[in-house]
Design a protein around this ligand. Sequence first.
Ligand SMILES: NC(=O)c1ccc[n+]([C@@H]2O[C@H](COP(=O)([O-])OP(=O)(O)OC[C@H]3O[C@@H](n4cnc5c(N)ncnc54)[C@H](OP(=O)(O)O)[C@@H]3O)[C@@H](O)[C@H]2O)c1
Length: 183
Amino acid sequence: MNPYLFPIPISMILAVDNGNNIGKNNRLPWGHFPEDMRWFQEKTINSTMLMGSNTWKSLPGKLKNRHHIVLSSKLLDKLPDTTLLNRSFEDSIRRACALSPYPKLFIIGGKRLFEEGIQFVSRVYLTRINHLYDGDVKVNLDEILSREFYINNIDTILSKNNNIEMKFYEYVRIKKVENPGSH
Ligand SMILES: NC(=O)c1ccc[n+]([C@@H]2O[C@H](COP(=O)([O-])OP(=O)(O)OC[C@H]3O[C@@H](n4cnc5c(N)ncnc54)[C@H](OP(=O)(O)O)[C@@H]3O)[C@@H](O)[C@H]2O)c1
């Protein structure tokens, strides 16, 4: 599988704390960091976002200038733009690329989509929040990130609200020489 050969670039965006927590009670463990929300908005604008049904339920609704595709085993009460029912992960990615009205696709969570999806992405946007929260969903992608990606950029900021440090990483997949791609 060469992620550079999908028809549009596929990226992943997530935030973790020092314990690799990503969620608590179907919300973010840290509540809301405006700086991280802004980073999420900037990266995902004009893209299709692929997510699991819990992540979809955790959103306030559809976000402007984005196409929402949700994986589920059943039709949902709150309807996204598209629901993909009971498909394999690879098939879901292919379908999402084909359905996307935008030229890029983002995997935005949760756990299973991050863990199964990382093999299909060429970029990972990861916010590391330098604090430990209480969480009930964890994701640790460090091993695969260090093996298959390089760090293209890191920005560090302190949250204005409470001075907590956030590092915004951009990881890019290392291209194999025998498998070049265009994006
Ligand atoms: N920190 C971050 O960056 C971040 C990002 C996203 C989410 N979150 C947090 O993470 C938590 C939600 O994540 P989660 O891991 O619990 O849930 P999730 O991945 O959003 O949703 C899981 C559900 O999606 C459906 N699903 C997933 N893959 C499927 C497939 N291939 N085919 C059919 N259905 C599939 C199943 O539900 P059904 O079949 O029952 O519908 C499954 O139970 C929340 O707390 C949220 O706030 C954090």
